[in-house]
Design a binder for this molecule. Structure first.
Ligand code: HEM
Length: 493
């Protein structure tokens, strides 16, 4: 602990004695340990790590108090050294608070704010139809189908590019960069920095990585991320040049700046924002849908109730559409419960304080990394009784209406709150409603016809999702063929 005059720092666990030996913190699921520590330390936990001071906020109330109400002081991000090292510094998720961040965020906000996001709905429905068609054709490949669904919504809205279901060349380029950044570099570091996933990228500590030279890795990383930013963008520019482009974030934004961008700065910003949207939007949506599928397998009574609600609102001649949404609050309750049950960013994304601040008699030091523990908020038993259980009913009030709790904290806080949350909401809702209308997700059976209990394991890291598990996906209508499904789809368009 740094010695300071003035108000005390918030309480926290004993300082870390040896790197890699973080006392009492579960390195795979640190957010659970912080939630537990919160029971003795309170809603704010202070824990320094080398020169980096870290604060974990365990309650929504405190997170709102600081990150929302005092957002002028808490909208910065910690400097993440490897972001630059690996060429990810195009991504405004990591930008410091300031005019360039504001410019990039605005560019995206214009096309994903609530009214503008409505324009994507027909496309989101089409992607949902494609998803259930693919699941019907090859149910055992549901993981790939979900991944394709989430990625293709972003590629379509951002680049006006239609991804191929398998081995799409652009998706391959982006995934290569992603896997490199998230997977390849993680394991070597996670044993050391597991307690704080974000420190993996704060401290690049080259000599810690055995058997590789960081410079080579960094050069490769930069090459991969350059392709990710450049290649899909060039595709859209070419389609504009050929007169073949229709509306998308890149097409519309480039048209707006025609003749007004002598320095090329705006073009570069558009290119970078496009790549950012994919990075931020595809994996998150996909993770949430994987959690939904797991919940449906583990909680058949929830699935049944949601299906009954859909059947009675929609009938049997067509599939649910956004027009049905308000008459099926239970489906929204399932969506909220999925977001709550295991938030895909369990520790949110880190904010950083610009100046010293005092809260509840404690000093919040300048430059501290602030982690809103969304998992702790979503497992606060005083708000969510039996929080480990999947109970959508908790979001339905006594009049059968949705409650006011929109679990917004899973999308973060303040000026940095997820800019894509309205797009995410519609992508999730349409996919969930269509899957519920069409399939039963249930436990796989062994050779004796007995249920196989799914092995439930949530991945560790900055984001979380359930690892693939065995399940059975069967059409709700016996003998459903692709032709029959296509008829239902046409009746719903
Ligand atoms: C289920 C889906 C999603 C979840 C749970 C989610 C969650 C989050 C969270 C927790 C943050 C950090 C907020 C903070 O710093 O307090 C964030 C930031 C962000 N999200 Fe999302 N997100 C989702 C989907 C999307 C989509 C679809 C897009 C794009 C279309 C998107 C774009 C972004 C961007 C650009 C940021 C950075 C904002 C900034 O730093 O100013 N997200 N998201």
């Amino acid at each position: 602990r740094k010695k300071r005059r003035g108000p005390p720092l918030p309480p926290g666990p004993p300082p870390i004695p040896i790197v890699g030996n973080v006392t009492g913190v579960d390195t795979a699921y640190p957010y659970k340990s912080y939630a537990k520590l919160g029971k003795t330390c309170g809603d704010i936990i202070y824990t320094p790590f080398f020169s980096q001071e870290i604060l974990v906020i365990n309650s929504e109330k405190v997170a709102k108090e600081l990150l929302d109400r005092r957002s002028y002081n808490y909208s910065d991000r910690p400097r993440l050294r490897t972001v630059e090292l690996f060429g990810v510094d195009f991504n405004f998720v990591f930008f410091p608070y300031g005019p360039v961040w504001r410019q990039h965020r605005r560019l995206l906000h214009q096309v994903v704010r609530p009214e503008a996001a409505l324009a994507y709905r027909p496309m989101q429905m089409q992607k949902g139809f494609q998803l259930i068609r693919s699941i019907l054709t090859a149910p055992q490949e549901y993981v790939q189908h979900l991944q394709h669904h989430s990625g293709s919504i972003i590629m379509s809205s951002v680049y006006n590019y239609e991804t191929m279901p398998h081995n799409d060349p652009f998706v391959r380029i982006i995934e290569r960069a992603f896997n490199f950044l998230l997977v390849e570099l993680r394991p070597e570091m996670s044993s050391v920095f597991g307690a704080f996933p974000f420190l993996n990228i704060v401290f690049s500590l080259p000599t810690w990585i055995p058997g590789i030279t960081l410079n080579k890795k960094a050069a490769l990383g930069r090459e991969y991320t350059k392709d990710w930013v450049e290649v899909p963008f060039k595709y859209t520019e070419d389609t504009i040049a050929n007169g073949a482009a229709t509306s998308s974030f890149v097409t519309d934004s480039l048209r707006k700046i025609e003749g007004k961008d002598e320095s090329g700065e705006l073009r570069r910003a558009i290119k970078q924002v496009a790549a950012t949207a994919f990075a931020a939007g595809a994996e998150t949506t996909n993770n949430t849908l994987k959690a939904f599928v797991l919940a449906m397998v583990l909680y058949p009574e929830v699935q049944e109730r949601a299906q009954e609600v859909i059947d009675s609102a929609v009938g049997s001649d067509r599939l649910p559409t956004f027009e049905d949404r308000s008459s099926m609050p239970y489906v929204d309750a399932v969506l909220r419960e999925t977001l709550r049950w295991n938030p895909t960013f369990p520790l949110g994304l880190p904010h950083s304080s610009l100046e010293d601040d005092i809260y509840d008699g404690y000093l919040i030091p300048k430059g501290a990394m602030i982690l809103p523990n969304a998992w702790a908020m979503s497992h606060d038993e005083s708000v969510y009784k039996d929080s480990f259980e999947f109970i959508p009913e908790r979001f339905i009030d006594s009049n059968g209406e949705l409650t006011d709790d929109t679990v917004q904290y899973v999308f973060g806080f303040g000026r940095r709150i997820c800019v894509g949350r309205y797009v995410a909401d519609a992508s999730l809702w349409s996919a969930m409603a269509l899957m519920l209308a069409t399939f039963n997700f249930s436990k796989a059976k062994d050779n004796n016809g007995k249920d196989i209990e799914p092995e439930v394991k949530w991945t560790s890291g900055v984001t979380t999702h359930p690892e693939p598990f065995k399940l059975s996906i069967t059409p709700r209508r016996p003998g459903m063929t692709v032709e029959m499904l296509d008829q239902l789809i046409s009746a719903s368009e």
